[in-house]
Design a protein around this ligand. Structure first.
Ligand SMILES: [Zn+2]
Ligand SMILES: [Zn+2]
Length: 417
């Protein structure tokens, strides 16, 4: 049996980097008042169709959607924002406290064409803030990403930011864009020709070379912002500058999904030479209301966890491998019984201890102690036990000490304290 195409196992030998990222992220987010939320992996399909947008690639082609036995249409979550909004509305969290700050770690699912480093079950780190319209929260989220990536050792960090405007100023921009695209329609790819009808903004981030060429000189959202959006975006930029966050305004950044308003961003790193995106986010002030909640400004980001770990791995970053304090080598049945109980007693007292119950030879067990990186080994041999003692060996210095069986747990706890 094998994993499904586009899916993978993350084995214990690779998990330490994931854990390091999770620890750093949780520490940083919580110190800014964010709290962890966990939500289901499976939701009604309608939630994503309504939030992400019927005409996006995700909803049209990439979702894992199926009918369950009662013919309910269900989808494996392709992203977290919609589900977190659903939870915010369902539990009326706005009523208990108008400002809510969340973070989340977890798998998402999209049936994309499998390619190197892209998985159909991929992981994201999300943060979302509800109830704050102020531009300072946009800056805070971008600052958080920048700070987290710096702590994780990434270099060449730069935020690409844009403002997509609001329902006030979007229509005028949309018209200017349509006029521009109308003159160049013949040079655009077939996808873009279709996008002009359904969501012209998305033509801007087409990756096809001829489209990129045709879009040079296209009108920008930033030039069409209403006064409120313009002020908002100015505050974002000014507060990023003041905190030393490197950024550039990127007019082509529209972030695909229908629900974004005002600030949208991506964080790029040049840690591995070429520029690559490791996180993206944006404001979605209308989504909560569109999903049936009260009008609530909201904003969030997602970090590509798989990509981030890959970058850190290639940079040679190591996770924290917690070594054992002690590995007990039992020789003979009586020793095995003692070892089991010593191991439980020592772990109860906080000494990280493991042992082995296979009745293997001294040589085999010393090999295992080495593999486990144990700092000390306790040899419980038949002859030693007859003399009411066991031998403690320091694996670094090879120094050996006799430990009396009667006071063994207390003595070892004192040594490892
Ligand atoms: Zn506006
Ligand atoms: Zn195109």
């Amino acid at each position: 049996m094998q994993t499904i195409r586009g899916f993978r196992d993350i084995l214990p030998e690779h998990i330490t980097l994931w854990q390091k990222v999770e620890r750093e992220a949780a520490d940083l987010f919580e110190s800014f008042g964010y709290r962890e939320i966990r939500i289901p992996i499976l939701e009604k399909t309608e939630l994503f169709a309504r939030s992400i947008g019927e005409t996006t690639d995700i909803v049209e082609k990439e979702m894992y959607t199926f009918e369950d036995r009662k013919k309910d249409k269900l989808t494996l979550r392709p992203e977290a924002t919609a589900s977190i909004c659903r939870a915010y509305i369902q539990h009326k969290l706005y009523a208990s406290e108008p400002v809510q700050k969340f973070y989340l770690f977890g798998p998402m699912f999209r049936r994309e064409r499998p390619q190197k480093g892209r998985y159909r079950q991929f992981y994201q780190i999300d943060a979302e803030v509800f109830g704050v319209e102020s531009a300072y929260i946009d800056s805070e989220l971008i600052f958080l990403l920048n700070e987290l990536f710096k702590r994780l050792g990434l270099t060449g960090l730069s935020a690409h930011i844009n403002s997509l405007g609001c329902p006030e100023c979007r229509p005028a921009y949309q018209q200017a864009l349509l006029d521009f695209l109308g003159e160049r329609k013949e040079t655009l790819c077939t996808d873009c020709k279709r996008r002009i009808e359904k969501n012209p903004l998305r033509v801007l981030d087409c990756k096809v070379e001829t489209c990129r060429e045709a879009l040079k000189g296209a009108p920008t959202t930033v030039d069409h912002l209403c006064e409120a959006c313009d002020d908002h975006f100015k505050t974002v930029r000014a507060s990023l500058i003041r905190q030393g966050v490197d950024f550039k305004v990127d007019h082509a950044l529209v972030r695909g999904l229908d629900y974004y308003t005002r600030t949208a961003w991506e964080i790029q790193t040049t840690s591995l030479g070429a520029q690559s995106a490791v996180a993206g986010g944006g404001r979605y002030d209308r989504l909560v209301e569109e999903l049936g909640g009260p009008a609530t400004p909201a904003i969030g980001f997602a970090i590509g966890f798989d990509r981030l770990v890959e970058v850190m791995d290639q940079l040679g970053t190591k996770g924290e491998e917690k070594a054992l304090d002690l590995f007990i080598v039992p020789l003979g049945n009586a020793a095995m019984d003692l070892s089991y109980h010593w191991s439980c007693d020592l772990n109860r007292e906080g000494v990280r201890t493991d042992t082995d119950f296979r009745g293997k030879s001294m040589k085999a067990l010393m090999k295992r102690a080495n593999k486990l990186n144990a700092r000390y080994v306790l040899i419980a041999g038949e002859n030693e036990l007859k003399e009411n003692k066991a031998i403690l060996r320091n694996m670094d210095t090879k120094e050996q000490t006799d430990i009396p069986v009667d006071s063994l747990v207390t003595d070892l706890v004192n040594i490892f304290k």
